[in-house]
Design a protein around this ligand. Structure first.
Ligand code: TPP
Ligand code: MG
Length: 360
C-alpha cells in the first residue's frame, strides 16, 4: 500500500478555515449549505436547546438520573453530523452529541427512554448506523477506528465520524486509534469538540499543545481547526473530510473550538472553578443566535414562523416525555443481568438486597 507523504502545509496549527458565518449572522462568501440544510440545522439546534432544558428539569424532578448538556456546542455537533448520510455513514458519539444522534436516526422516544431509565425501549433501532453513547472517556475511538477499517476491508463506500472531547484527546485510546487510522488509511473523521474544559480542568492545564488539530501531522492525516461556533465553517470542514474518506483519502482530524456554556453535567457546579465573565463572553457568541440572525436576514423564515417552530419543538418533546413516562420500568435486578453467568456471592447478596428494597 502506498501512502501519500504528509506535507507540513496540510496541517494548520491555528485556524485554517475562515469564519463563514459571523456573530452578526452575516456569511462571508457563498454559504456551503443549501437553504434546506440551514433550516434543518437550525431546527436541530433549537431542538437541542429544548432537550437540554427539558432533561435538566426532569433531572431536578428525579425523573432523569444524570444529564450532560450540549449548550454552546450546537454548531459543532450539528454542523459536523449534517455532513453525513445516515443511510451510508456511521456515527460514533461520545456523551454530549445528542442532536447528532437524533439526526442520525435515534427516535426521540428511545432517546428519552434511555435517560428516564426505560431501558427496554432505549435501544438503537436495527439499521440505524449509530453506536451507543460512551461514558468511558475516549473508549469510543478504538471502536470507531475498527469500524472504519471494517468499511475499508469490506469495500463499503461509507465514512465513520467519531466525536471526542479535548479531555479525551489526552487519553491513550486517542493516540492508539488515530495512529491505527493513519497507518491503515481508513475512512474516519475524528471530530474533537474542544469546549475548553474536561470537567473542571481547563484546556491549558491538560496539554502544552496550542492546537489539537496540529497533532494530526504525527498520525499522517490532515488536521483542521475551525471556529466551532460557526455552523458553516464546521459543515464545510466536515463535508471535505467525509468526501476525502469516501474517495479513499483516509482519515481527518477536525478540532472544533467552542465553549461548554453549561455545567459539565447535572452533578457539577462550574461556579467553583471558572469566572462568570468567561461564560458571559461565550453566551454573547451563541452559535444558534448566529444561525437565527442568518435565517431571518435571508428570509428563510419569518419571525412568526420562527416563533411557531419553537412552540412546536417544545410541544413535541413534552409529548414524547409523557409517553416515555408511561412505559414500564425494568425490574430492579436488571442491572445484575448480562454480565455474569453465575453471580459472585457478594454481588448476589447485593442483588437480593436491591430486589427486596424495590418491593417495599
Ligand atoms: C476513562 C475515564 N476517565 C475519567 C472519567 C471521568 N470523566 C467523565 S467526563 C470527563 C471529562 C471529559 O472531558 P472532555 O473529553 O473534554 O469531554 P467534555 O465532557 O468536555 O464533553 C472525565 C474525566 C471517565 N468517564 N472515563
Ligand atoms: Mg471538554
Amino acid at each position: 500500500m502506498t501512502q501519500q507523504p504528509i506535507e507540513a502545509g496540510a496541517v494548520d496549527s491555528t485556524v485554517t478555515r475562515d469564519a463563514r458565518l459571523g456573530a452578526d449572522g452575516v456569511a462571508s462568501g457563498d454559504a456551503p449549505m443549501s437553504r434546506e440544510q440551514v433550516l434543518e440545522a437550525y431546527r436541530l439546534m433549537l431542538q437541542s436547546q429544548a432537550i437540554d432544558d427539558l432533561a435538566i428539569k426532569l433531572q431536578r424532578l428525579k425523573r432523569v438520573g444524570l444529564y450532560a448538556p450540549v449548550q454552546g456546542q450546537e454548531a459543532a455537533v450539528v454542523g459536523s453530523a449534517l455532513a453525513l448520510d445516515p443511510r451510508r455513514d456511521w456515527l460514533v458519539p461520545a456523551s454530549r452529541e445528542q442532536p447528532a444522534m437524533i439526526r442520525h436516526g435515534l427516535p426521540l422516544v428511545n432517546f428519552f427512554a434511555g435517560y428516564m431509565g426505560r431501558l427496554d425501549s432505549a435501544g438503537i433501532p436495527e439499521g440505524v448506523k449509530l453506536l451507543p453513547r460512551q461514558q468511558a472517556i475516549a473508549a469510543q475511538l478504538p471502536h470507531a477506528a475498527g469500524l472504519a477499517w471494517a468499511m475499508k476491508l469490506r469495500k463499503e463506500r461509507a465514512a465513520v465520524m467519531v466525536y471526542c472531547g479535548d479531555g479525551a484527546s489526552s487519553e491513550g485510546d486517542f493516540h492508539e486509534s488515530l495512529n491505527l487510522a493513519g497507518v491503515m488509511h481508513v475512512p474516519l473523521v475524528v471530530v474533537v469538540i474542544n469546549n475548553q474544559y474536561a470537567i473542571s480542568t481547563p484546556f491549558h492545564k491538560q496539554t502544552a499543545a496550542q492546537s489539537l488539530a496540529s497533532r494530526a501531522i504525527g498520525y499522517g492525516m490532515p488536521g483542521i481547526a475551525v471556529d466551532g461556533n460557526d455552523l458553516f465553517a464546521v459543515y464545510a470542514a466536515s463535508d471535505d473530510a467525509v468526501r476525502r474518506a469516501l474517495d479513499g483519502g483516509g482519515p481527518t482530524l477536525i478540532e472544533c473550538r467552542t465553549y461548554r456554556v453549561g455545567f459539565h453535567n447535572t452533578s457539577d457546579n462550574p461556579n467553583d472553578y471558572r469566572e462568570q465573565e468567561e461564560v458571559s463572553a461565550a453566551l454573547a457568541d451563541d452559535p444558534t443566535t448566529r444561525v437565527e440572525r442568518y435565517v431571518l436576514a435571508q428570509g428563510l423564515l419569518s419571525p412568526g414562523a420562527m416563533a411557531q417552530l419553537k412552540v412546536e419543538i417544545r410541544a413535541e418533546l413534552d409529548a414524547v416525555q409523557r409517553s416515555v413516562a408511561d412505559l414500564p420500568r425494568p425490574e430492579a435486578d436488571f442491572i445484575f443481568q448480562n454480565v455474569y453467568d453465575v453471580l459472585p456471592a457478594r454481588t448476589e447478596q447485593q442483588r437480593a438486597e436491591t430486589v427486596k428494597e424495590d418491593r417495599r
